[in-house]
Design a protein around this ligand. Structure first.
Ligand code: ADP
Ligand code: MG
Length: 381
């Protein structure tokens, strides 16, 4: 693209991906989650280009870019452009200060692997434009407008976790986020001598977006039926296992299973927060295995590859627990592995995975890291 030749970056934004220790699909059910940003991220370089309404965005990762006009923002047929366009659309609703800009972005975050490259993309852009044009948006505004952009332009009816974790995380902590009140507590995470190891299955199922939205509908269906007996209930957050069992005959087996997973997953998040506070590493691991069981059997958002890796990990006494992390149907498994045993576990898993699926496993260690940052590259004098 022409603009790249004369590009002088004014602002650099680093926007991280995230892991979720536990609490899967609970965010859009107004429950609890326990995510943190990781050190893999998308970097944005931005400059004002002096135009009133012409903008250029180039993804080095995909080696492709596009020009857009602020007066004619509409959904695109090119998937990744919708994350950009959606964010701009939301900013335009909130501010009239946005003008022409150029943006070059580059990522070391695997895409479509459950590490929320989508939220990193949305929030990084929103954060950068807020700084560049002094839009006066709060961090929470950035989180919420990015979530809305994912609904309206990207088409995933996601909860608030991914965007919240990407922007708000603190190094060395996980965020215990109540998705109903948006109250958050930063919980120190010290798993020493254990490490968090991700195994990227490299499976990125296309049905993820549509199935994700179906799960959300199934939960809503459950809530509307439970409401007949318990009129005060507005979300699965307010449902107990006892209430659910009381309504079992009114629910299909499938909807019952979905609701049952969410209700127990919320409990697991709170138990996990306690286990971290107590440094009860065994409990941390057990909760992960329990969660994966639900993800696979009740919520049915796993896949043979993730199930294989989680089961495989069970034969290692040096692995305390594992589960698929992220929205599902592939992506990464998250494993709590003794520091001394990481290479043995990773090599064995890679070998077994290659034999079974003929896919090269991509393992990496992650550290709980801080949220989005921006550095101005223009000196103030
Ligand atoms: P996840 O958020 O788990 O990575 P999603 O399917 O929600 O998976 O989002 C992945 C999508 O985000 C990609 O298919 C692409 O459209 C967009 N995306 C992520 N990273 C980049 C990038 N570096 N450049 C352009 N688009 C990206
Ligand atoms: Mg995503």
């Amino acid at each position: 693209m022409q603009f790249i030749k004369d590009f002088t970056s004014e602002l650099k934004v680093v926007s991280p991906g995230r892991i979720n220790l536990i609490g899967e699909h609970t965010d859009y059910n107004m429950g609890y989650v326990l995510p943190t940003a990781i050190e893999k991220n998308i970097t944005f370089e931005l400059q004002k280009n002096g135009s009133k309404d012409t903008c250029n965005v180039y993804s080095k990762t995909f080696d492709t870019g596009f020009e857009l006009n602020l007066n004619r923002i509409a959904r695109s047929n090119v998937e990744w452009q919708n994350y950009i366009l959606g964010v701009i659309n939301e900013i335009l609703k909130r501010s009239d200060k946005l003008k022409g800009f150029d943006c070059i972005l580059e990522s070391n975050l695997p895409t479509g692997s459950g590490l929320s490259s989508s939220a990193a993309l949305e929030c990084g852009l929103a954060y950068g434009l807020n700084e560049l044009f002094d839009l006066g948006l709060s961090k929470l505004d950035i989180v919420q407008l990015s979530q809305t952009a994912e609904h309206t332009y990207a088409g995933t009816q996601c909860g608030i976790m991914d965007q919240y974790a990407s922007v708000m995380s603190r190094a060395g902590h996980v965020i215990l986020l109540d998705c109903l009140s948006l109250e958050s507590n930063y919980i120190p995470i010290d798993l020493n001598p254990y490490k968090i190891i991700l195994l990227n299955t490299k499976v990125s199922h296309n049905l993820a977006t549509s199935e994700y939205n179906v799960r959300k509908q199934e939960c809503e269906q459950g809530v509307s039926i439970i409401k007949n007996k318990y009129p005060k209930v507005n979300s699965l957050r307010e449902v107990t296992q006892e209430m659910l069992v009381d309504c079992k005959n009114d629910l299909s087996q499938k909807v019952f299973n979905r609701c049952s997973f969410i209700v127990s997953e919320n409990q697991r998040v709170l138990q996990m927060a306690d286990a971290l506070r107590l440094k009860d590493h065994k409990k941390v691991g057990d909760l992960l295995y329990d969660a994966h069981e639900g993800i696979s059997k009740l919520y049915e958002v796993s896949c043979p590859e993730s199930d294989f890796l989680v089961n495989f990990s069970k034969s290692f006494h040096t692995v305390l627990g594992a589960r698929q992390t992220g929205g599902g149907f592939g992506g990464c498994t998250l494993n709590i592995v003794h520091a001394d045993a990481v290479s043995d576990f990773v090599e064995s898993a890679a070998k077994a995975y290659k034999e079974k699926f003929n896919i090269d496993l991509e393992p990496f260690k992650v550290e709980p890291s801080g949220g989005t940052t921006a550095i101005s590259l223009i000196s103030s004098n």
